[in-house]
Design a protein around this ligand. Structure first.
Ligand code: NAD
Length: 447
């Protein structure tokens, strides 16, 4: 690994370091114009991975597959076994099934034992060793991890959602503003923004006139369950089986349906002002299904009175659809079909090209910008507001009330544990039979 550092501020490496240290206005123009850094001896972009599960492994492989001189130098996971599994996957002889290319990534990985961190505090040490941080834990931790990365002056790729409660959203918004000041690139894994077909539809959205209504779907069978094991503390159990606990996951309306809600916000150019809806648990009701619903149906209203009807369901054997539809005064955008039609159903535009892999494009574009010393990506604010859209929906379905955006986002509602350790109290606990309290519309307040 290259460790020599040039004093010359015009090298890319200095940009990577300094852009985190200097406030926006202080970064002089020449710093951004030098593209010869890749010939320098100190051009390695160091990466730290925080959250070494499925997506973390994939995101790290994508970051390491970019054209830049990148190196994974630090890893952190709450659990050592997950970190080891991720390290083994990334250092496999053949990674073609992950990267889509022959070969492996071994020469881009240099994570000595001392740079492998575990537990709840490991992220701070991992972040300190990197130029760019990949944040892929469950979303409950994103606000504190993102805050730390920005405080330490690092560029960030972070997965969606970016929080699970309004206090977390506010923290991300504050850090997003600081990232802008420091000119730190931030990409959020709402990958439809990096997908060619969506980008082409977005460019042509005016073909449908004013958007008067929209629909969004995330209906499918659901996800994994990680059953309780003997000897686990309640905290460990919830951390392992995190999808089913609202403080960690946000419920599936936040965890997955955010993708579709975000697309509608993007095309609308704004966020809903209020929401009301319904939801509950029909079939996913076991002890290991924690406290989340298995279906939500929400009517979001935007400032111009237009409505987004949103549905998400995790019930095997029912209709599957993950998609978005925008209806305008002159036609419709059918996102899944990558098509725009006029009011009579005639095709106005059809995306014909081969779609890209947006997961890879996120990293290609982020690392290219960093390597060139460019400040191009400020996704965190939208990431926070689209996450808040999904939280608004959850508040509506859990309570059965009309929930207003302004009240919700300013509610000072924090659903995280008071402290993080393996014996700490969790925000929810099971009853004597092993079942958790579930929200009851009409009874549950606000959350
Ligand atoms: N954009 C997408 O399409 C997409 C796809 C899959 C997952 N994701 C997102 O990626 C995130 C992770 O999902 P996943 O499927 O990889 O889950 P996962 O359970 O496979 O991995 C999460 C990892 O984070 C670790 N972790 C938990 N708390 C931690 C902490 N405080 N510090 C360090 N490590 C911690 C866990 O031990 C686990 O290894 C989620 O936010 C999810 O929504 C996004």
């Amino acid at each position: 690994m290259k460790t020599t550092f040039h004093k010359n501020l015009s090298t890319r490496r200095e940009f990577v370091k300094q852009s985190g240290l200097l406030a926006g206005g202080l970064v002089a123009a020449p710093l951004f114009s030098n593209a010869n850094f890749l010939n320098s001896v100190d051009d390695t972009i160091k990466i730290a991975l925080v959250g070494c599960g499925g997506r973390g492994t994939g995101a790290a492989a994508q970051a390491l597959s970019t054209k830049q001189n990148v190196k994974l130098v630090a890893m952190c996971d709450a659990f050592r076994d997950n970190l080891d599994r991720c390290y083994l996957s990334l250092t496999a002889d053949d990674l073609s099934d992950v990267t889509g290319r022959p070969g492996n990534l071994k020469n881009r990985i240099d994570v000595p034992e001392g740079n492998k961190f575990t537990g709840f505090d490991g992220y701070k040490k991992a972040i300190a060793l990197a130029d760019v941080v990949i944040l892929t834990t469950p979303p409950g931790f994103r606000p504190i991890h993102f805050e730390e990365a920005i405080n330490q002056g690092k560029h960030v790729f972070m997965e969606k959602p970016v929080a699970t409660d309004p206090v977390g959203i506010q923290k991300v918004l504050t850090s997003a503003a600081q990232a802008k000041q420091k000119k730190l690139n931030v990409v959020v894994g709402l990958q439809r923004h990096y997908q060619n077909s969506y980008r082409e539809l977005y460019k042509r959205k005016d073909l449908i006139g004013d958007i008067t209504s929209a629909q969004a779907w995330w209906n499918n069978d659901g996800v994994w369950v990680r059953a309780r094991k003997a000897g686990q503390t309640e905290m460990e159990y919830q951390m392992r089986n995190w999808y089913y606990f609202v403080w960690l996951c946000g419920d599936h309306i936040t965890e997955q349906h955010i993708h579709n809600l975000d697309v509608i916000n993007w095309f609308k150019g704004g966020y809903p002002v209020k929401a009301q809806g319904m939801g509950g648990r029909e079939v996913r009701k076991g002890k290991d299904h924690g406290e989340i619903f298995d279906h939500h149906y929400v009517e979001f209203q935007y400032a111009d009175g237009s409505i987004l009807n949103s549905q998400c369901r995790h019930i095997p054997g029912t209709m599957s659809r993950v998609d978005e539809l925008l209806v305008g005064t002159k036609g419709r955008i059918q996102c899944g079909a990558a098509k725009i039609i006029d009011a009579k159903g005639n095709t106005q535009y059809q995306f014909e090209g081969k779609d890209n892999d947006p997961y890879q494009t996120e990293h290609d574009e982020l690392f290219e910008a960093i390597a060139k010393g460019e400040y191009k990506f400020a996704d965190a604010e939208n990431g926070a507001k689209s996450t808040m859209t999904s939280i608004l929906g959850r508040m509506a379905t859990y309570s059965g009330q009309i929930i207003e955006w302004d009240k919700a986002i300013n509610a000072n509602l924090n659903i995280q544990p008071k402290e993080y350790n393996w014996n700490a109290a969790t925000p929810t606990v099971p009853n004597a039979d092993g079942y958790y309290p579930i929200a009851v519309p009409g009874v549950t307040k606000f959350v």
